[in-house]
Design a protein around this ligand. Structure first.
Ligand code: SF4
Length: 441
């Protein structure tokens, strides 16, 4: 068994918030109710007791257990002993207390040599940002842990390999106005903010996210909104960034209202990782606002089954209950989720949380991504290992986003064994071959 060594921790110095005052919904009503109790006792034993038994007479403990996993409760008590449950459940508090540098991270992780080196060299490709909630899921002693590798930099990300580029998908070239990518005939990608709550080290938009110059504000949205309003072919708008759900609710609502006022915009989609890394953001106030702008769809960026915590389950359940169809987007990452068993656990967990596995992406050849990228063959093997072995709904479409702006190209293991006398010989999920009498053209 792996030896675990305790890491000395202390509370992290609060940082400049990147969110403005928001929002109507007070955070963590249940947590508020239990706040005084936990605050008084403030001991791990008492927290464990609360989880097991609930609060006397009102069943609140059960709901608390549903929205805060034991792991995050223990982490909060250890790293932020002064924070109340209500503060922990407040997404703005989470944003203000993100880990942003080596000094902060050292308080919760035993950093490896390469991690220290990457953090010391300054910025790397992307800024560092990890919410306290997501940090509670990281293994403090294992730099090889899947989730940790996705958010803590290593020097490999500074190495540019053959074929890699800052903007491999040529999004900038397909941008008629700042912040808008118009590649497919009937839909546009609207990059509404440069801010994320957590920066993924393999981010396709690492050239722009987390950098001030790309923090689009409503003033900069005007040109994009005018373009959409003046282009009747656009019936589908995907809001992305950055992460749209890091924006204050009023700002997001302003944008949704403007888009809904354009008659030819039939659907709006939001691409986000917030329900996974900052599930506290999915308040009942947020979903009440979102449901006013249907038809609204959401693509959630999941990476690994370990992300499926009680907090994330609650966030997904709130969104699904608001009638928002949920799909997942997952990037295939070497040594992180590139095996059938991990992917099976992920897609089954997603289905249980009413999230339809949507896309499995081959990792884009962004600069410094070689240590994350797998052979395309690996993705096909995973699809082969899922299709037929589990519900069709649980099998995502494996796609390569073609470098140079070619768009998403789906790849499937080839099921056609051969053609014979007008028949197709087809291989099923068990590898057995069946004959189908194909019709002549
Ligand atoms: S959440 Fe999305 S946009 Fe933000 S860093 Fe991760 S992959 Fe990039």
């Amino acid at each position: 068994m792996k030896k675990r060594t305790a890491v000395t921790v202390r509370a992290v110095v609060p940082r400049e918030p990147e969110v403005s005052a928001e929002e109507s919904e007070p955070p963590g009503t249940i947590a508020d109710k239990v706040g005084s109790v936990s605050h008084r006792s403030n001991s791990l034993g008492r927290l464990a007791e609360l989880l097991e038994t609930g609060l006397p007479g009102n069943g609140i403990g059960g709901e608390l257990a549903q929205r805060a996993s034991p792991r995050s409760l223990v982490f909060r008590a250890r790293v932020f002993p002064e924070a109340s449950p209500a503060q922990w459940q407040d997404w703005r508090w989470q944003m203000r207390h993100r880990f942003r540098d080596r000094a902060g991270l050292e308080q919760v992780l035993r950093l490896s040599g390469p991690e220290q080196e990457a953090l010391d060299t300054g910025s790397g490709r992307l800024p560092l940002s990890i919410t306290p909630y997501y940090a509670s899921l990281l293994d403090p002693d294992d730099p090889g842990q899947a989730l940790r590798r996705t958010v803590v930099p290593v020097p490999d990300e500074l190495v540019r390999s053959t074929g890699e580029a800052e903007d491999p998908l040529s999004e900038d070239r397909n941008s008629p106005v700042p912040g808008l990518v118009h590649r497919y005939p009937d839909r546009v990608l609207f990059l509404v903010t440069g801010v994320c709550s957590v920066y993924c080290r393999y981010c396709t938009r690492s050239r722009m996210v987390g950098r001030h110059r790309h923090c689009f504000d409503p003033g900069l949205w005007e040109a994009a909104l005018e373009y959409i309003a003046g282009t009747p072919a656009v019936r589908d708008v995907l809001l992305s960034g950055g992460d749209p759900l890091t924006m204050p609710g009023e700002r997001l609502e302003l944008l949704l209202g403007r888009l809904r006022a354009i008659p030819h915009v039939e659907i709006v989609r939001i691409g986000t990782k917030v329900p996974v890394v900052l599930p506290q953001r999915v308040t009942s106030g947020l979903v009440r606002m979102l449901r006013r702008y249907h038809p609204l769809w959401m693509s959630i960026h999941f990476t690994h089954p370990d992300e499926l915590t009680p907090e994330v389950a609650l966030a997904c359940s709130r969104l699904a209950d608001a009638g928002i169809p949920l799909g997942s987007q997952t990037v295939l990452l070497r040594g992180i989720n590139d095996d059938v068993e991990t992917m099976r656990r992920l897609v089954h967990g997603l289905m249980q949380n009413r999230v339809r596995p949507y896309y499995l992406y081959q990792c884009d050849p962004i600069s410094g991504s070689a240590h994350f990228r797998t052979p395309v063959e690996r993705g096909l093997e995973i699809i082969q290992g899922l299709r037929g072995h589990t519900s069709g709904y649980a099998v995502p479409t494996f796609v390569v986003d073609a470098p140079g702006g070619g768009g998403k190209i789906p790849l499937l293991p080839d099921p056609v064994a051969e053609r014979e006398d007008g028949n197709l010989l087809l291989r099923n999920y068990q590898g057995r071959v069946f004959r189908y009498p194909d019709t002549a053209r």
